[in-house]
Design a protein around this ligand. Structure first.
Ligand SMILES: Cc1cc2nc3c(=O)[nH]c(=O)nc-3n(C[C@H](O)[C@H](O)[C@H](O)COP(=O)(O)O)c2cc1C
Length: 485
């Protein structure tokens, strides 16, 4: 029988927390209440410190045993994200460098590795069955002041299996507690978990489900990362770590979940019972989409470690403590997609935090031919990682840094003629979370592709940039070292 391997920061939350603490990236917060305080503490700190904000581990939560903890802001800093992705943490302050390193040295070097199924693991330290199930045995937070209830699933992974192909999917979808043994999840149209769920429910069958609500870093990153259908999340995670994910299977559904997870719920989504879900403060900074009926999820088992840690991601008006990783991973995924589509010389991309990692996307290109920048913008507006609730797609030349909003606005103001070099697209992928979708019978939006590249036909004769050349700047720096210290 295969035995559990060693824990590392990527696959074990406690190792990850210890490594962050050693690097001074963790703060312990005692005595904050699950009712709105935890989310507010995390938000107010992140607004003040942004990417310098530590990860927050809440303990001594009123009404709960000491050791029942909540964790916010897992990847809110470049250091923490680099650690989770297995990258050198010293590279971590330059976004472009981080992205290049991830795509060239980390991602390119790994292959899918199939998970190992074990019969043991810390997550099985406690197994709660049937009538003993009580979802609020954990300090489940109300994250925002106007949320419709306690959300156990935010930094979570919802595991489903495609009834046709058997493909196991892990997606991050919010999960609200509705009673001791029921909950409800909002999954947007088009997401893989939604497609799986609807296949069962349309056939009048319950949909087996596992909800990993206390997550190791790698499962959580994989769950929120838009991957092609051909790339199962657990295999991606194994590839990233260079060794198989270690999973155990649920007693009721047989669905797999990490042996080192903190808290896991298992049950089924019912075909014939709904309950009101929402509202919830969402990633774009609004309580959008209203409360709406969603299928009831009945929980039959809870598996958890001793002194479990509930991982949390409370979105707010950006910037907030779990956006940085989304901006990073979506940008990486967009670059992969453009490369996969065969478009040459795309030099960078960034989904800005101000656009909540979705609505404001910038791509840079070294133009090679007429129509090149149009091609980049139109494809970028639709690929899976960026196509959902996108709004503004800006294409810039390769001398513009897509991560630098000043550079981008300068290019928009000087290289784009709005009348002739913008393209409006309609009927694109959106959802009821979109603040500009008012008719829920038609979940689409429009978006604009802004070509802020020098027109190709004028590329060589375009006015020269008035900026000291790098060589001359280096001479000046060398002449006045004290001034430029
Ligand atoms: C913290 C966090 C919360 C999320 N909440 C939801 C949600 O409630 N509903 C949803 O449809 N997508 C949500 N998402 C986005 C999906 O997780 C994301 O699109 C993911 O790629 C979906 O996986 P899939 O492509 O396997 O469907 C969330 C993402 C993160 C990181």
């Amino acid at each position: 029988m295969t035995k559990l391997g060693t824990a590392i920061p990527q696959n074990d939350l406690r190792e990850f927390i210890a490594a962050c603490e050693s690097a001074g990236e963790l703060a312990h917060v005692p005595n904050a209440h699950w009712n709105k305080e935890l989310g507010a503490v995390a938000e107010v700190l992140y607004r003040q410190k942004v990417e310098k904000s530590p990860m927050l581990l809440f303990d001594d939560i009123p009404e709960y045993p000491k050791g029942y903890r909540c964790l916010y802001g897992m990847f809110g800093s470049p250091f923490r994200l680099s650690l989770a992705l297995g990258m050198e943490t010293t590279l971590s302050n330059n976004r472009k460098e981080m992205l290049d390193h991830f795509r060239k040295n980390i991602k390119k070097s790994f292959n899918r590795i199939e998970p190992t199924i074990l019969t043991e693991g810390p997550v099985l330290e406690n197994v709660v069955r049937d009538n003993a199930v009580d979802l609020v045995k954990f300090p489940v937070p109300i994250h925002h002041e106007l949320d419709g209830g306690r959300y156990i699933g935010t930094a979570c992974g919802v595991v489903t299996r495609d009834p046709d192909t058997g493909r196991v999917n892990v997606g991050t979808y919010r999960v609200q507690v509705k009673s001791a043994n029921t909950c409800a999840s909002y999954i947007s149209n088009g997401k893989q978990g939604r497609i799986h769920r609807d296949k069962y429910l349309k056939a009048g069958k319950p949909c087996p489900v596992v909800i990993i609500v206390g997550c190791d870093p790698i499962t959580y990153l994989a769950a929120g990362y838009t991957m092609p259908d051909a790339m199962p999340e657990y295999e991606w995670a194994g590839g990233l770590m260079g060794r198989p994910m270690e999973l155990v299977e649920g007693e009721v559904t047989g669905l797999p979940f990490p042996a080192r997870a903190e808290i896991v719920l298992e049950g089924e989504i019912l075909p014939d019972e709904t309950t009101l879900e929402g509202p919830f403060g969402e990633w774009h900074g609004y309580y959008a989409g209203e409360a709406k009926d969603e299928p009831v999820i009945r929980i039959k088992r809870i598996y958890h470690r001793n002194n479990p840690i509930l991982t949390c991601a409370a979105s707010n008006k950006p910037p907030h403590s779990h956006l940085f990783e989304r901006c990073f991973l979506r940008s990486a995924s967009l670059l992969d997609a453009l490369e996969g589509a065969g478009i040459p010389d795309v030099t960078g991309a960034w989904l800005h935090q101000a656009g909540a990692g979705r609505t404001f996307c910038v791509v840079s290109v070294k133009q090679r031919y007429h129509g090149h920048s149009t091609q980049v913008g139109l494809v970028a507006s639709q690929v899976a990682s960026v196509g959902y609730i996108s709004r503004w797609i800006v294409v810039v030349d390769d001398d513009i840094d897509p991560t630098d909003i000043h550079d981008v606005i300068w290019a928009m103001g000087t290289r784009c003629d709005p009348k002739t070099r913008t393209t409006m697209l309609d009927n694109c992928w959106s959802s009821r979370l979109d603040t500009m979708v008012f008719d829920y019978s038609k979940l689409t939006n429009s978006r604009m592709v802004i070509d802020a590249c020098k027109p190709y036909e004028h590329y060589d004769t375009f006015p020269k940039v008035a900026q000291t050349s790098p060589e001359f700047a280096a001479q000046i720096r060398a002449k006045y070292p004290e001034l430029y210290k």
